[in-house]
Write a protein that binds this ligand. Structure first.
Ligand SMILES: NC(=O)c1ccc[n+]([C@@H]2O[C@H](COP(=O)([O-])OP(=O)(O)OC[C@H]3O[C@@H](n4cnc5c(N)ncnc54)[C@H](O)[C@@H]3O)[C@@H](O)[C@H]2O)c1
Length: 257
């Protein structure tokens, strides 16, 4: 396990990939501040991390004032070394069926949030002489299924944001990267599976089908996403910035024909 002793890590998304990364950092010695807007997720995360240096806050990552207040309350104590953005919603809609409210909500939660947290955390990282920012994107930012207009746009936007942030931030010792997962077993994936089978029906067969679409033959795990997030935010990745890292079981390597 990487050593994050003495580091302050800020993570958004209190279930699934975000929670997994937060737990990893805390077990590896960091002081971790996690947030989410779902009180059930927050309470569960808090209970699972009760013996660790991990706090959980109720924050809407699409709300600039909420994010500023939360980040400042952390940075003013011990600064910030690491920022991981994993909060997001997955929704469905085409150009025809996506209304303005849907579009604005998804771009706000999935994309603008990455700017907001970076914007407010940046001065604290700079004051420490550097840091690492990691945004969780998706394979859907590279190529996508039908009917995910707003989601895919938000994830593709993250790839561009990473490049733009990385070239500007290198002079301040701040590295910026993203990961693009394929299917990973989390509440979000279970929601997607439930959408396929309908409310109340079992999802295991659909999860297995999702897995079969990946050349490796299964969906990924939160342990696997936590490992790559920790690597990219740690000293061993000191020469990595401006990149997107696929963790997709080979999904985007194939043509599916
Ligand atoms: N699980 C997958 O298969 C998969 C694949 C590709 C990309 N991703 C990405 O991974 C990231 C984490 O997703 P996950 O799979 O862990 O799903 P998840 O649903 O478990 O986690 C997302 C978290 O974000 C929180 N959230 C949603 N809106 C918020 C808001 N406005 N403010 C604060 N928190 C909010 C949710 O409450 C939830 O806890 C997301 O960016 C997602 O797009 C997931």
């Amino acid at each position: 396990m990487d050593d994050f002793s003495g580091k302050v890590a800020v993570v958004t998304g209190s279930s699934g990939i975000g929670f997994g990364a937060a737990l990893y950092f805390a077990k590896a010695g960091a002081t971790v501040h996690l947030c989410g807007n779902d009180t059930a997720h927050n309470t569960k995360a808090e209970a699972a991390a009760k013996d660790l240096n991990l706090s959980v806050s109720l924050v809407d990552v699409s709300d600039a004032e909420d994010v500023e207040r939360w980040i400042n309350s952390i940075g003013d104590q011990n600064g910030i070394d690491i920022l991981v953005n994993a909060a997001a919603v997955q929704t469905y809609g085409t150009t025809e069926t996506t209304d303005i409210a849907h579009w604005t909500r998804v771009i706000g939660i999935n994309l603008t949030s990455c700017f907001l947290t970076s914007h407010f955390a940046y001065p604290y990282m700079k004051a420490k002489g550097g840091g690492a920012i990691l945004h969780v994107s998706s394979v859907q930012g590279h190529a996508n299924q039908n009917g995910v207009l707003a989601y895919a746009t938000s994830k593709g936007g993250i790839h561009a944001m990473v490049r733009a942030q990385a070239v500007d931030a290198a002079k301040d010792g701040i590295r910026v990267n993203s990961i693009s997962p394929g299917s990973v077993r989390t509440p979000l994936l279970e929601f997607a599976a439930q959408t396929v089978v309908g409310e109340g029906n079992p999802i295991e067969d659909v999860i297995a089908e999702f897995g079969a679409a990946h050349p490796i033959g299964r969906v990924g795990t939160v342990a696997e996403t936590s490992a790559i997030i920790a690597f990219l935010c740690g000293d061993r990745a000191g020469f990595c910035t401006g990149g997107d890292y696929l963790i997709d079981g080979g999904l985007t390597a194939g043509l599916g024909v």
